[in-house]
Design a protein around this ligand. Structure first.
Ligand code: DON
Length: 304
């Protein structure tokens, strides 16, 4: 770990916020379209207990698809390897909300991080919990991992997504048609929309991500073998059809969300959260990706 990590964060902040192209905020969820794209935050949690940050690291944002990492950990805790009968473990090479492969692949989504896969994961959790219990369990998991009770769901964002969630409804109905959704699509999606609407700051997200680092000083909420597997899926599928490019540029497991957040894990070393709401055309944070690219270069953090 470089001793001048705070200097590196300060330099990256200065460098990326000087860029004129911030990308476009997600507009298909109206509530997210109102977020100021000029914001940028970055936080790094280390095994020795230190939390370093820069920029808007205390501003809560919608974690969106980053929630899929937490629900995957919870579903694996409930049903273990049985989960893989209903969800694959391969990158899709398609957009996060694509329906294309589902028709040829019998309603089994390619992986738990595309929307279809995450909807099945939520459906699995609902086999042993009501929607209310599932969301309470998710918040408890995240709050425990982050060691912070002040993490909540933004109801307005959940409602906003429900009102415009036609593609997710189509995915859910399509999978139900193949027998790969056990609850009514509206029930599973009601829970899914709320899990996506969890809000966290970079500081809180970097803290919550520590459960995937597997180092002394980090919370041990799941087994080391499960940590390895979730990290492998983040590396291969965490950025949808941009996963290969992210692995090439950054070389670390990560999960993005259309709120502009990215959770990045440096196995054994650190949990990183970056946020900037402007997105690339693939739905990943533009400045966030740039920032972790620079951070990985300057710290030499990589799994390769
Ligand atoms: O289901 C959706 O469309 C959103 N709640 C989450 C999508 C998302 O974050 C994709 N990430 N890049």
């Amino acid at each position: 770990m470089p001793t001048n990590l705070q200097d590196i964060l300060d330099q990256i902040h200065e460098q990326v916020t000087a860029r004129s192209d911030h990308g476009e905020v997600a507009t298909y969820i109206p509530e997210l379209a109102r977020v100021d794209p000029k914001q940028f935050g970055l936080a790094v949690a280390l095994p020795d207990g230190r939390l370093l940050s820069v920029g808007d690291a205390e501003v809560p944002f919608s974690i969106q698809s980053i929630s899929k990492v937490f629900t995957l950990a919870i579903a694996l805790g409930r049903v273990g390897n049985q989960l893989w009968k209903r969800v694959g473990r391969e990158p899709s090479g398609h957009a996060f909300n694509s329906i294309l492969q589902l028709e040829h692949e019998k309603g089994i989504p390619r992986n738990p991080f595309i929307n279809a896969g995450a909807i099945v994961v939520t459906d699995v959790i609902l086999a042993s919990s009501s929607p209310k219990e599932a969301l309470a369990g998710l918040l408890t998991f995240i709050r425990t991992a982050a060691d912070d009770p002040n993490i909540y769901i933004n109801e307005a964002v959940a409602r906003s997504e429900k009102e415009t969630g036609h593609r997710n409804l189509a995915l859910a109905h399509f999978m139900r048609g193949f027998g790969n959704l056990t609850h009514e699509p509206e029930l599973t999606l009601g829970t899914y929309f709320h899990q996506c609407a969890v809000e966290m700051s970079c500081r809180q997200l970097a803290m919550a991500g520590r459960f995937l680092v597997n180092a002394r000083g980090m919370p041990h909420l799941i087994s080391p073998s499960r940590i390895r597997r979730i990290n492998a899926l983040m590396m291969t599928c965490g950025h949808y059809d941009g996963s290969g490019d992210f692995a090439f540029r950054v070389g670390l497991p990560a999960k993005s969300g259309v709120g502009g957040g990215i959770l990045v894990i440096v196995p054994g070393k650190a949990s990183i959260a970056v946020w900037s709401p402007g997105l690339t055309p693939l739905g990943n944070s533009r400045l966030g990706t740039e920032a972790v690219h620079l951070l990985a270069q300057r710290t030499q953090w990589s799994v390769f």
